[in-house]
Design a protein around this ligand. Structure first.
Ligand code: NDP
Length: 328
């Protein structure tokens, strides 16, 4: 039975194009579990994979979509049987292996996680890779101890930032959200932020390596000059969970915040997380992320909306989380 998939192709001149096509099951890559995909999402990496040049794509033609949730249709692995609800993030799916922008996917059982109690497949993808990463970041901050005072979230109106804001606020932390879009202030407050920090306040390059001790912790989705600046504003012994580089990869910082304030810079990678960590993070998401706040972040989409949304996310124009109903 043919099904719909967003296929990205590359022509002889190296130009890529993305379009929804009908394909047969035998086009899917070999692996042990076939999933009837229900929802996928739009992450920053998906923007790179759909867009011109192909970004991170390793093989063409390609089905992007770095995450999905759905129901197992067939399985050669004892851990999964038809009818099981599953969620996938990471493992270079949607980059090196065909991903979630299709009504069917075939993947390794090792890459899947059973859907935790308390989440349906749509909610799991409202969270998606961005929200899963936000949870990993919060868990990393907790492991190192969150100080008293406001916790900063950069890129707050984006996917990682929105979920991090909602989780931290729900856990009882005071949350300050940095945004370059003042019109998102009410949205961020509805997620639980109590302070909105305009992006330009933190975009200046570091002039003094240490500023007032302000932040009790930080989830940073932006990197670049903003991360460098924030390091000098952390409280003594506080931690920054570095998640992304939406504002640049270069880090024009000094070592002084590490030497004189004992600041911890914690790198967060969602792609290669072992099974136990993924399970723990999904269970924490089901417990600590209020579903009404998650719903407020969601923008619905279909497969045919993806080329435009991929471009939008690279421009920092997507608010919250895009949930793609692949059967719509
Ligand atoms: P989004 O595009 O949804 O959010 C990024 C946000 O960053 C934007 O909404 C905007 O927030 C802010 N921003 C964008 N451009 C700039 C800029 N030039 N300067 C300052 N702020 C900027 O992306 P995601 O939340 O999905 O991902 C954020 C980052 O995290 C990306 O770099 C992504 O690749 C990375 N990531 C890493 C993962 C990992 O495993 N480490 C997993 C998932 C994502 P606002 O409008 O509020 O200012």
């Amino acid at each position: 039975m043919a099904f719909n998939a967003l296929i990205v192709e590359k022509d002889d001149a190296g130009k890529t194009s993305a379009a929804v096509q009908q394909i047969e099951l035998d086009r899917l890559p070999e692996a042990d579990v076939t999933v009837a995909v229900e929802y996928s999402t739009v992450n920053y990496k998906d923007g790179l994979c759909i867009g011109p040049g192909g970004g991170l794509v390793r093989n063409y033609p390609h089905v992007p979509g770095i995450d999905f949730a759905g129901t197992v249709e067939a399985s050669d692995d004892d851990r999964y049987k038809p009818g099981d609800k599953v969620v996938l993030t990471g493992w270079r799916v949607g980059e090196a292996h065909w991903g979630g922008y299709a009504q069917k996917a075939r993947v390794k059982a090792d890459w899947l996680v059973p859907l935790p109690d308390g989440l349906d497949t749509r909610q799991a993808m409202a969270v998606g890779t961005a929200g899963f990463t936000a949870m990993l970041a919060v868990m990393a901050l907790e492991d190192h101890g969150i100080k008293d005072g406001p916790v900063l979230v950069t890129g707050a109106a984006g996917g990682v930032g929105s979920v991090a804001t909602a989780i931290l606020a729900n856990l009882g932390h005071e949350v300050a959200g940095v945004t370059g879009r003042p019109e998102t202030a009410d949205y961020l407050k509805s997620l639980g932020a109590t302070q909105i920090v305009p992006r330009e306040e933190l975009n200046e390059t570091v002039k003094r390596p240490l500023e007032s001790e302000t932040w009790a912790g930080c989830v940073d989705a932006v990197g670049g000059a903003m991360l460098a600046r924030v390091l000098g504003q952390m409280k003594y012994g506080a931690s920054v969970a570095a998640v992304g580089l939406a504002g640049g990869a270069a880090l024009p910082a000094t070592v002084v915040p590490f030497l004189l304030r004992g600041v911890n810079l914690l790198g967060i990678d969602s792609v290669m997380q072992p099974y136990e960590n993924r399970l723990r993070a999904w269970e924490r998401i089901a417990k600590d992320l209020p579903m009404d706040k998650l719903e407020a972040m969601v923008q619905p989409a279909t497969l045919s909306d993806l080329p435009k949304l991929g471009a939008d996310i690279l421009q920092g124009q997507v608010k919250g989380r895009v949930v793609v109903d692949v059967n719509a």
